[in-house]
Design a protein around this ligand. Structure first.
Ligand SMILES: Nc1nc2c(ncn2[C@@H]2O[C@H](COP(=O)(O)OP(=O)(O)OP(=O)(O)O)[C@@H](O)[C@H]2O)c(=O)[nH]1
Ligand SMILES: [Mg+2]
Length: 300
């Protein structure tokens, strides 16, 4: 169903969310769109893809593109993630640059600030996590004022929703006039396969520590809808770099993998109107982060 609001004109825009790892980009996307679209964790570089979240109301439609955290590193894997975030900047109407006010501005943030200067005309700045550090003004506002005098700056908390409505007003003000890009009931354009694999990856991240979350990618081998049982069967692999990581994910007597599957099933069940059976095995794929063909498939 398409919206037929009685307003003089509609607005619509593509908006990229960019910022250092863990600034809260995915949390903001989910809060605005009202659904769990992008996975979230306190591990840097949780997001590895361009994840679209769609927000529609009487003023029009905002299509948010969540991107991987901007991390200065020369490693191949990080370069892929960074390039994805940077190349998207040229494709969108608005750049929403998110900073984490609980962390000091270091070299990485300064690199991003320099990059953002090329997009001043379409820039909106969000200062997130003010629930933790409400008195951040001195450190951030002075720097941002000298670098981006004209860009709107919003104080935000994705945790309690503070500032989010004001942010939406600013974004609609900045958005060009235009028709809706998606039907109004859409809140994402992700395939079921991608959503399931991301939720499984999130549960792996939440149940493991240290290098394991960064060593993992998910491969869906097969999805089969069994109509008679109204059940979707999903089989796949949790791929890691080393045998030791496989052991951590499987856990003692298979405890960890069972927990991961149970948590994933609970989250996935909310998304789909049918039952789900998840059957995932852990396998070792050493050096996968150096495999260009695989990275091109995984990071897009
Ligand atoms: N206290 C507080 N925590 C927040 C807020 N927003 C996000 N977080 C937390 O910050 C961590 C990182 O959040 P994400 O949304 O995954 O951050 P991200 O920028 O998408 O991270 P990457 O995908 O790794 O770049 C999570 O533990 C969130 O719960 C906020 O406003 N306040
Ligand atoms: Mg993210």
């Amino acid at each position: 169903m398409w919206l037929c609001y009685n307003v003089p004109y509609m607005k619509s825009a593509f908006i990229e969310l960019i910022g250092r790892p863990s600034t809260g980009k995915s949390s903001l996307l989910n809060r605005i769109c009202g659904h769990k679209i992008s996975i979230i964790s306190n591990v840097p570089q949780t997001t590895r893809n361009k994840v679209r979240g769609i927000y529609t109301e009487k003023r029009g439609q905002l299509v948010f593109i969540d991107t991987p955290g901007f991390h200065s590193s020369e490693k191949k894997f990080n370069t892929y993630l960074k390039d994805l975030a940077v190349t998207t900047l040229n494709e969108v109407d608005i750049v929403l640059y998110l900073l984490d006010v609980t962390r000091a501005i270091g070299h990485e943030e300064e690199t991003l600030i320099s990059l953002m200067k090329n997009f001043k005309q379409k820039l909106v700045i969000g200062l997130n996590k003010i629930d933790v550090t409400p008195n951040y003004e001195q450190q951030f506002q002075t720097l941002l004022k000298t670098s981006f005098d004209d860009a709107p700056k919003l104080s935000l908390s994705c945790k309690n929703g503070q500032g989010v409505q004001q942010l939406l007003s600013v974004l609609f003000e900045k958005a060009p006039e235009g028709e809706l890009y998606y039907p109004d009931e859409y809140y994402t354009d992700q395939t079921p396969e991608f959503r399931i694999s991301e939720i499984v990856r999130e549960k792996v991240i939440l149940n493991t520590r240290q290098e394991v979350p960064h060593a993992v990618y998910i491969e869906i081998a097969d999805m089969e809808m069994r109509q008679a049982e109204n059940t979707l069967w999903v089989r796949g692999f949790i791929c890691v770099e080393r045998e030791s990581q496989k052991g951590i994910i499987v856990g003692k007597g298979g405890d960890t993998i069972k927990k991961i599957m149970m948590q994933a099933r609970e989250d996935v069940a909310v998304l789909f109107p049918y039952s789900l059976e998840l059957d995932f095995r852990v396998k070792v794929r050493s050096k996968w982060k150096r495999n260009d063909m695989l990275l091109k498939k995984l990071i897009m």
